[in-house]
Design a protein around this ligand. Structure first.
Ligand SMILES: [Zn+2]
Length: 276
């Protein structure tokens, strides 16, 4: 069981770098300005660090983040980094590619998949709908899902202006997969936030535990965030908290270890502003 707590993850480090570069302190629009836990970004009374799962995945996630994205308190790339141990994060620049990003994409242990809607991709031969199963042989490359963490307008620009992504297949999430996913969550439009996209990718790679953990963890985060914003206490029996426990209870009854403390979650993702 890897220890992925206690050390700032890739999104946390990117946030710190971005803050260090900003001339004036960033005040989240509509956010709360009280002290925040550095590890989950919530006020201490609503800290959800105890819920952070510890799991192992073969697939990884590479977040390419629009400039302001790491600073948003509702950015869900952060949650991906909480759950998926091999999460990498880079800031996107129009003029140059981060050397670390190029090195990661060139690393032969990974098979990058750029996740983007197929109808915007040329040539169409680049588009794939499935992933080499993560349980492939030792020689098989590990799937690395490259997610553009940005608004839709920014993401399209990033996709067009990042020629270093051109050699890789584009994984297009199909309406069928999307709608199946939507059935399982309550009333939302068809906008998916970064952690939901990552959850779908993990499921496609055969990483069902990670996919379910990401879904439940997002629901827990949404609950904690909204309760803090509305100055209401956390309900540790909320639907999201219960779901998170179910996911790991199911996993531990299969594998014999229990990765989650007996803490306890509910609101659908759409309730978090900026989560789209
Ligand atoms: Zn915390």
């Amino acid at each position: 069981m890897p220890e992925n707590r206690g050390m700032p993850h890739a999104v946390s480090r990117l946030r710190a770098e971005r803050l260090a570069r900003s001339a004036k302190p960033f005040l989240a629009r509509g956010g709360f300005k009280r002290e925040r836990c550095p590890d989950c970004r919530l006020v201490p009374s609503h800290c959800m660090c105890a819920l952070r799962p510890s799991l192992t995945t073969r697939a990884g996630v590479c977040l390419i983040m629009a400039d302001i994205e790491p600073l948003k308190p509702t950015n869900t790339g952060w949650l991906v980094a909480d759950v998926v141990p091999d999460t990498f994060a880079f800031g996107w620049k129009r003029t140059e590619a981060d050397p670390g990003l190029l090195a990661l994409l060139a690393d032969p242990q990974w098979q990058p998949y750029v996740v983007f809607p197929g109808q915007y991709v040329a040539p169409p031969e680049r588009v794939v709908q499935s992933v080499q199963p993560s349980t492939g042989g030792a020689a098989a490359r590990r799937p690395l899902f490259v997610l553009l963490d940005a608004t839709w307008t920014e993401a399209r620009k990033m996709f067009r202006r990042s020629p270093y992504l051109d050699p890789f297949p584009v994984l297009s999430l199909e309406p069928e997969q999307m709608s199946q996913y939507k059935l399982r969550r309550s009333g939302r439009d068809d906008h998916f936030c970064t952690s939901e996209v990552a959850a779908l990718c993990m499921s496609l790679a055969g990483e069902h535990l990670a996919g379910q953990a990401l879904e439940a963890y997002l629901a827990a985060f949404t609950h904690h965030y909204l309760q803090a914003k509305n100055q209401q206490p956390v309900d540790w029996q909320s639907a999201g908290h219960r779901r998170l426990r179910e996911v790991f209870d199911g996993a531990s009854s299969r594998s014999g270890d229990a990765p989650l403390p007996s803490a306890a979650m509910a609101a659908p993702c759409g309730a978090v502003d900026g989560c789209a």
